[in-house]
Design a binder for this molecule. Structure first.
Ligand SMILES: *Cc1c(COP(=O)(O)O)cnc(C)c1O
Length: 350
C-alpha cells in the first residue's frame, strides 16, 4: 500500500502560500551588505554590557511583559507603559496583530509596492490580500479607505519600503476614521523620518503603531520590536502572544538601547547625511531616485537593466537588493552604508 504524502496533513492555506524570502544573509563572506537595511554602525557599548550582565541569569525565565523596556520606552515616546507590547522583532508584533484580528475567509489591505510579509501573514490566516497601488505622488487614493464588510486589518508602512516615501498624519487620521477596521502604521523606519504617529493610538484605539530596534538602533540580530496601541488593545493582545516572546538578553539589550537617545540621534544624523549624498550621487549618474525618508533608497536607471547592475555590484562585493514588483517596476533598493561603502557603490555604477 502506498503511503499518503506528508503534504496531505498540512492545512490548505499553508500548502498554497508562497514562502516569504528575506534578503540574502551571506555567512562568513566579506560582502558589504546593503540589502536588508541594517545599520552600518554597531550599537553602543552599553547595549553589549547590558546583554553580558543578563547572560549571568539565564536559568530564570524572562519578564513576560519586558517591563524594564516598556517603562523606559514610555518616557522616551511620551506614551503610557500600558500602551506598549513587546515582541521578537516587529515581525512578531505583526504576526500577533494578524492572528488577533484576521480570521479565515476575510481580507487585509495594504499599499503596493510595500512590505511583502503582510501577504504571507494574511495567507497563513487563510485571508486574502487587497494590494492597492499608491497614487503618482505616493499618497493613497480613495479606494484605500473604501468600506468592505470582509476587511479586518489594514497595514501601512510609514515610511514605506521599498520607496522610503511617507503618507501625511492628516491622511492617516482621515483613513482611520473612514476604515471599517484597525489601521496598523508600521514605523520600522520612522527614526529616519521627519514625523511619527506614535501619539495617535492613545486617542484612537483603531490606530496601532509598530516599531523595531532592528534598523535605527543597529540591533537586527537581537530581535526586538514593539507595538504602541491603546491600553485596551494591548491588554487583549497579551492573550495572543507567546508567554515569553522576548528573551532575557533582548530585553536587557533593548532597554539599554532605548535609554541612549544621544547615540540614536547621532546614528540617524550620520545615516541621513549618507542617504542624501547617495541620492545626489545616483542622480548625477542618471538614475531615477525616489526621495527617501528611510535608511535606503529605491533607484532605477532608465537605460540599464537593474538585475545586471545588481550582479555587477555583487561581483565587486557590494550586495544590494534587486526587487521586481510585477505591475509596477523592478529596481534596486540600496541600504545606507558607511560613507566608503556608498562611495564604492557610486564608483562601480559610474
Ligand atoms: C525590517 C522591517 C520590519 C521588521 O523588522 P524586525 O526586524 O522584525 O523588527 C517590519 N516592517 C518593515 C516595513 C520592515 O522593513
Amino acid at each position: 500500500m502506498c503511503k499518503p504524502s506528508i503534504n496531505a496533513f498540512f492545512r490548505d492555506d499553508v500548502l498554497a502560500m508562497q514562502p516569504y524570502v528575506p534578503g540574502e544573509q551571506p555567512q562568513g563572506g566579506k560582502a558589504i551588505k546593503l540589502n536588508t537595511n541594517e545599520s552600518p554602525y554597531p550599537p553602543p557599548p552599553s547595549v553589549i554590557q547590558a546583554i553580558q550582565q543578563a547572560a549571568s541569569r539565564l536559568e530564570r525565565y524572562p519578564d513576560p511583559l519586558a517591563t524594564s523596556f516598556r517603562l523606559r520606552a514610555a518616557e522616551v515616546l511620551n506614551v503610557d507603559a500600558d500602551q506598549i507590547l513587546c515582541g521578537n522583532g516587529s515581525d512578531d508584533i505583526l504576526t500577533i496583530l494578524t492572528r488577533a484580528f484576521v480570521s479565515s475567509g476575510t481580507k487585509v489591505r495594504f499599499p503596493y509596492p510595500s512590505y511583502i510579509l503582510y501577504r504571507t501573514l494574511a495567507q497563513l490566516q487563510g485571508a486574502t490580500s487587497e494590494e492597492i497601488n499608491f497614487e503618482a505622488d505616493w499618497s493613497l487614493g480613495p479606494s484605500f479607505a473604501s468600506a468592505d464588510a470582509d476587511l479586518r486589518l489594514v497595514y501601512l508602512p510609514n515610511p514605506n519600503s521599498p520607496t522610503g516615501t511617507m503618507v501625511s498624519r492628516e491622511q492617516i487620521l482621515e483613513l482611520a476614521d473612514r476604515l471599517p477596521c484597525p489601521l496598523v502604521v508600521d514605523e520600522a523606519y520612522v527614526d529616519f523620518a521627519p514625523f511619527s504617529c506614535v501619539d495617535l493610538p492613545a486617542a484612537n484605539p483603531k490606530i496601532m503603531v509598530t516599531r523595531t530596534l532592528s534598523k535605527s538602533y543597529a540591533l537586527a540580530g537581537l530581535r526586538f520590536g514593539y507595538l504602541v496601541a491603546h491600553p485596551d488593545v494591548v491588554q487583549m493582545l497579551r492573550k495572543v502572544k507567546d508567554s515569553y516572546n522576548t528573551d532575557a538578553l533582548s530585553i536587557a539589550g533593548a532597554t539599554a538601547a532605548i535609554d541612549d537617545q544621544k547615540w540614536l540621534a547621532e546614528n540617524v544624523r550620520k545615516c541621513n547625511a549618507t542617504r542624501d549624498r547617495m541620492t545626489t550621487g545616483l542622480r548625477n549618474l542618471g538614475f531615477a531616485v525616489i526621495d527617501s525618508h528611510a535608511n535606503f533608497v529605491w533607484c532605477k536607471h532608465p537605460q540599464r537593466d537593474s538585475r545586471e547592475l545588481y550582479e555587477l555590484l555583487k561581483r565587486s562585493g557590494l550586495l544590494v537588493r534587486y526587487m521586481n514588483y510585477e505591475g509596477w517596476s523592478d529596481g534596486l533598493r540600496i541600504s545606507v552604508g558607511t560613507d566608503s561603502a556608498i562611495d564604492a557603490v557610486l564608483a562601480v555604477l559610474g
